[in-house]
Design a protein around this ligand. Structure first.
Ligand code: ATP
Ligand code: MG
Length: 581
């Protein structure tokens, strides 16, 4: 029966105005909600929707995981159901508490809540063991004593059937006794495994007597040394879903071929049977998403850690200045696909720009400073000028910036030999200083030996004061600046793509490590910022006028040392792409 409560929620969602890149409303419905709607209609799960997010704690979460998180928690929200957090901690050798903690932190930060439903597959080890015993007793599982290499050899290929193991027809008693002894620690790693007894000639390789348990004399981050046999993913996963009463077990496409095995285990065990549904994993251009590869970048110190702002991890995006809202919006925009595809990283950048445009306070900062002395401005005089905090939201008010005889401008805003249509500063030309006056470049002071421009001598026109000047003089260019008397010194880190090619994982000739962009990080350590930034705290986000969105680094900012990360530059390549296409 259709649950009226759920229908209402879905209707409400339909009203929310989600726009895609062409500004057309995205229907929040997709093939997964269609399946769920149908299940609600037929009352397959008693009107319930219960999903789960099942990370393996062997790395930090990345933007692909965020897609899965938003999908699973989002469906539960949409249908008034529940979503569990379950750690798939079945592999003791690769998993660590550090990863568990980081995953919980990232999920909370993204804004999701699993109530008291935090689970670990390792909590089910005893139950899984009993299920295995049940299959052995039914003659549906056996202890195999072939070596791993032999097992691989017996498996056959996609074109040839596999061969049955000589141990396949052991009696249930013998299997039970061996399995108990495996658990008791009587054997070495690799001596025996427990396998499901299905079909060695199945066209689906996953059904060729898959391994359920292997011996690992390793201590586990939760069960310590209690176990020396560990369940394989395929054996643990579906049964964990069943134990938790999951209705829709959503996973990525590579598990489509595992679904018959998922179903086989549940059917043979005759226990509650969730529905597995697959969708395409999110791929993002100019990065890699495999945890193995991300770990390699960390271990080989290509990046400073899992939270290096160039990484695609949630912790890196957070440190770089992304907001949870922007990531959730992005996830919504990419939608749910049945086929693998590649999402342009420009769409992610578009989402954070859109969010920060509304929220971030505008300030002035000069990244590569050039000193300007305004010769007709009295020495020792300063004045406070009004500056608007956010033209998109005037309720954010105004602040005051200091103007003085000595200021800094961006080196790039001066050219000694300007091309046509250069409307900034050059010898003899005028430009407006944002919120201040029009100045004229009178003289260029250069290093005698190197010819480097050291300083500009300018004059200002007092009648051109922004907002209250009496002069109606107009100039084509406006530039940002910072007063030298109270500027804050800061370090700014600019980031570029971590990889040189769109899809570093599928470049035929080259390993992904050879495709790293050597210029993905630029550190500027003589930046000058307006004094209002003195009050900013780690994590605060700003728009530096004309330069982009920046955020105070949470790791390297210390008493007396400001470090800013550039989240994104201002130029929105996505908006441009979607306008021309
Ligand atoms: P890797 O392949 O790098 O080891 P994984 O998929 O094994 O990653 P898990 O911790 O098992 O990582 O993933 C937890 C959940 O997140 C799974 O349900 C998985 O399907 C989903 N997930 C992982 N990567 C992506 C992605 N790129 N897009 C969408 N969902 C993903
Ligand atoms: Mg996995």
């Amino acid at each position: 029966m259709n649950n009226p409560e759920n229908t209402k929620n879905l209707r409400d969602l339909n009203k929310t105005d989600i726009k895609n890149e062409n500004n057309a409303s995205i229907k929040p419905g997709n093939f997964i909600t269609e399946i769920i709607d149908e299940d609600l209609k037929t009352n397959k799960y008693g009107g319930k929707v219960h999903t789960r997010f099942p990370p393996e704690p062997n790395g930090y979460l990345h933007i692909g995981h965020a897609k899965s998180i938003c999908l699973n928690f989002g469906l539960a929200e949409t249908y008034g159901g529940l979503c569990n957090l379950r750690f798939d901690d079945t592999n003791p050798t690769k998993e660590e508490v550090e990863y568990v903690d980081s995953i919980i932190e990232d999920l909370r930060w993204l804004g999701f809540d699993w109530g008291d439903r935090l689970y670990f597959a390792s909590d089910y080890f005893e139950q899984l063991f009993e299920y295995a015993v049940k299959l052995i007793k039914k003659g549906k599982a056996y202890v195999d004593s072939l070596t791993m290499e032999e097992i691989r050899g017996y498996r056959g290929t996609h074109t040839e059937p596999g061969k049955e193991s000589p141990y396949r027809n052991r009696s249930a008693e013998e299997n039970l006794s061996l399995f108990e002894r495996m658990r008791a620690g009587e054997f070495k790693e690799g001596e025996h495994v427990l396998r499901a007894k299905i079909d060695m000639s199945s066209p689906n390789m996953n059904l060729r007597d898959p391994i359920m348990y292997r011996i690992r004399h390793a201590s586990h981050h939760r069960t310590d040394n209690k176990w020396c046999i560990y369940p394989m993913y395929d054996w643990a996963h579906g049964q964990s879903d069943s134990i938790e009463g999951i209705t829709h077990s959503i996973c990525t496409l590579e598990f489509e071929n595992h679904r018959p095995l998922y179903d086989w285990f549940l059917d043979e065990l005759e226990i509650y049977h969730p529905q597995q549904i697959e969708f395409a994993r999110l791929n993002l251009s100019y990065t890699v998403m495999s945890k193995r590869k991300l770990l390699q970048l960390v271990e080989e110190q290509i990046v400073s850690g899992w939270d290096d702002p160039r990484m695609p991890t949630i912790s890196a995006l957070r440190r770089r200045g992304y907001t949870p809202e922007s990531i959730r919006l992005f996830s919504e925009r990419v939608g749910v696909a049945k086929r693998d595809n590649m999402i342009d990283v420009a769409l992610l950048e578009h989402s954070i720009r859109e969010d920060l445009n509304k929220r971030a306070m505008r300030v002035m900062a000069v990244l590569k400073p050039l000193k300007v002395v305004i010769e007709n401005y009295p020495e020792n005089q300063t004045e406070e000028l009004d500056a608007i905090n956010n033209p998109e939201d005037l309720s954010m008010g105004k602040r005051r910036v200091t103007f003085s005889r000595e200021i800094f401008i961006e080196r790039e805003d001066f050219l000694e030999f300007p091309p046509k249509k250069f409307f900034r500063l050059s010898p003899g030309t005028e430009v407006r200083l944002r919120y201040a006056y029009i100045i004229k470049c009178e003289k260029v002071i250069k290093d005698n030996k190197t010819g480097e421009v050291l300083e500009l001598r300018c004059t200002y026109d007092p009648a051109t004061k922004s907002g209250s000047g009496t002069s109606d003089k107009k100039v084509k260019g406006t530039i940002h600046w910072v007063s030298a008397v109270d500027a804050i010194e800061a370090e700014v880190r600019l980031y570029d793509r971590l990889f040189l090619v769109e899809d570093p994982s599928y470049e035929k000739e080259k390993d992904f490590m050879e495709l790293i962009n050597p210029n993905s990080l630029e550190i500027l350590d003589t930046c000058k910022m307006e004094k209002s930034l003195l009050n900013s705290k780690p994590g605060d986000k700003f728009q530096f006028e004309r330069l982009g969105y920046f955020c105070v680094d949470t790791v390297d900012t210390k008493e007396g040392k400001f470090v800013f990360n550039r989240t994104v530059p201002l130029r929105d390549t996505w908006a441009k792409i979607s306008k021309t296409s």
